[in-house]
Design a protein around this ligand. Structure first.
Ligand SMILES: *Cc1c(COP(=O)(O)O)cnc(C)c1O
Length: 461
């Protein structure tokens, strides 16, 4: 399988190069040249597979430059870290299915992708005799999942900047209690934007970037999307038998990575209805799907902070397909966005969009109300991100379809919102309780680029 860029500016490359490249060098995103097709009989033959076995079946179809047994070992090791034997179990509550994606080490769905990415990095770097210095900024979830994905791994050093005192206490503890020698937490006296701007400045200094082999782990890495394709298949296999039940997925969306993985599953032949793209008040993608209005506005802070995003980085991958794989059209669209703050779509394009997706925006009041009412009906606690998807599914999907709602975080991770919704704190899992009192390591700094740069130089391998 070869990988190409949505902007058309690179020669096709293999999977390992795609993983190491992250963002394509022409500024585009990497995609496979084609999608492997899975027949219905093949699908039915996968019903008895474990999560890791299914993962290998799917992922190996996209990888032809890592030997099968080696890839299998990397996958097995990645999913052995999950606390649930099914890795991503599906539970039925109040007429909907909840696909629980939060049984990884940091209790959010990003572990599914970042555990595998960490192992892929380690394998490829060892083979090439290289070292990678990962630098990233986080407002919470991605940073902690990335740190846990690479802690203790050979050939990798990671620097994660977070705004001092501005992440949730659980998120901060999940980062600073990782004391492995290759992990450097940097708490910045400033905002998340300060952190992100300093990381961008380091990456824009191309000489610095090359000299210190800087790399990123943001959600545009193809391997992250690929790892997430698996749980759509896994959930489908759990809620169907050999009949023809209609199945639909509802996906709480921020950077469009998770829902794009669902789109890939569909293109591979997984039978499903329209993908439901659920947003909070940051609803540019809902305005796009429902009315063709793709225009940027300011980011609003909500109770589902991991979805407080305007410019969804993975959206470009979908645009590439909407434009029939024409990189020129993608370039023009982004030039238009830069110039006017919006992208305009034709009637024919919107018809295609509305065949692929439906969408709803769920505001904070409705999110909290849903956590409360769902808990009252079922005793089951949703986190605010998952609640956005559940509310949208209850509103938009018909009851005669198997409605699968992706649950992207454990409720205890966003305890304040949950407590507000149900009037009592979410039970704290043992893994979170155990963080209090653990040894911590973190360097606190001002939002001063030179200070951060010096720190990275001093600690980079
Ligand atoms: C990252 C995240 C999302 C959004 O996923 P995208 O792939 O960015 O669309 C939703 N919920 C939680 C808890 C997250 O951490």
């Amino acid at each position: 399988m070869r990988y190409i860029s949505t902007r058309g500016g690179i020669q096709p490359i293999g999977f390992k190069d795609a993983v190491m490249m992250g963002l394509a060098t022409d500024g585009g995103l990497l995609l496979p040249e084609s999608y492997p097709q899975i027949s219905r009989s093949q699908l039915d033959g996968w019903r008895s597979l474990s999560y890791a076995e299914l993962s290998w079946q799917i992922i190996s179809r996209f990888v032809d430059d890592i030997p099968g047994d080696v890839l299998k070992e990397l996958i097995d090791r990645s999913y052995a870290t999950f606390k649930h034997p099914e890795v991503t179990p599906v539970v039925r509550q109040d007429g909907v299915y909840i696909l629980e994606l939060f049984h990884g080490v940091t209790l959010a769905f990003k572990d599914v992708a970042l555990q595998l990415l960490g192992n892929l990095f380690e394998h490829i770097l060892a083979e090439r005799g290289q070292h990678l210095n990962i630098v990233g900024a986080t407002s919470g979830d991605t940073g902690s999942a990335a740190i846990h994905g690479v802690r203790g791994k050979k050939g990798i050093t990671i620097f994660i900047l977070h705004p001092h005192g501005k992440t949730s206490p659980v998120q901060a503890l999940q980062m600073v209690t990782v004391t492995d020698a290759n992990v450097h937490n940097i708490a910045i006296r400033g905002t998340f934007d300060d952190c992100q701007n300093m990381v961008k400045a380091l990456f824009n200094d191309l000489e610095f970037k090359k000299k210190h082999s800087l790399g990123a782990v943001n959600s545009i890495n193809w391997a992250r999307v690929l790892a997430q394709v698996v749980y759509y298949f896994y959930a489908w296999l759990r809620v169907t038998d050999s009949g023809d039940q209609p199945v639909s997925f509802s996906v709480p969306t921020g950077n469009f990575g998770d829902i794009f993985a669902g789109y890939v599953a569909k293109r591979m032949g997984l039978p499903m209805g329209k993908l439901l793209l659920a947003t909070n008040e940051n609803n540019i993608l809902t305005r796009f799907v429902n009315g063709g209005d793709y225009s940027l506005t300011d980011v609003v802070a909500t109770v589902s902070p991991s979805m407080d995003i305007q410019l969804a980085s993975n959206f470009e991958r979908y645009l590439f397909h909407l434009y029939n794989q024409d990189p020129k059209r993608v370039q023009l669209a982004f030039a238009e966005l830069k110039e006017t703050g919006r992208i305009a779509f034709s009637a024919a394009e919107m018809e295609q969009v509305q065949t692929d997706f439906c969408s709803a925006s769920v505001d904070q009041a409705a999110t909290l109300e849903t956590i409360g009412s769902f808990h009252k009906e079922t005793g089951y606690l949703l986190d605010p991100h998952s609640a956005v998807g559940v509310r949208a599914a209850l509103d938009l999907f018909s009851v005669d379809t198997a409605r699968i709602c992706l649950a992207t975080a454990h409720p205890a991770k966003f305890g304040d919102a949950v407590e507000k919704a149900v009037g009592a704190p979410a039970p704290v899992p043992e893994s979170i309780a155990a963080l209090t009192g653990m040894e911590t390591r973190c360097s606190v700094m001002d939002a001063d680029l030179e200070q951060v740069r010096k720190f990275v130089v001093a600690h980079a391998a």
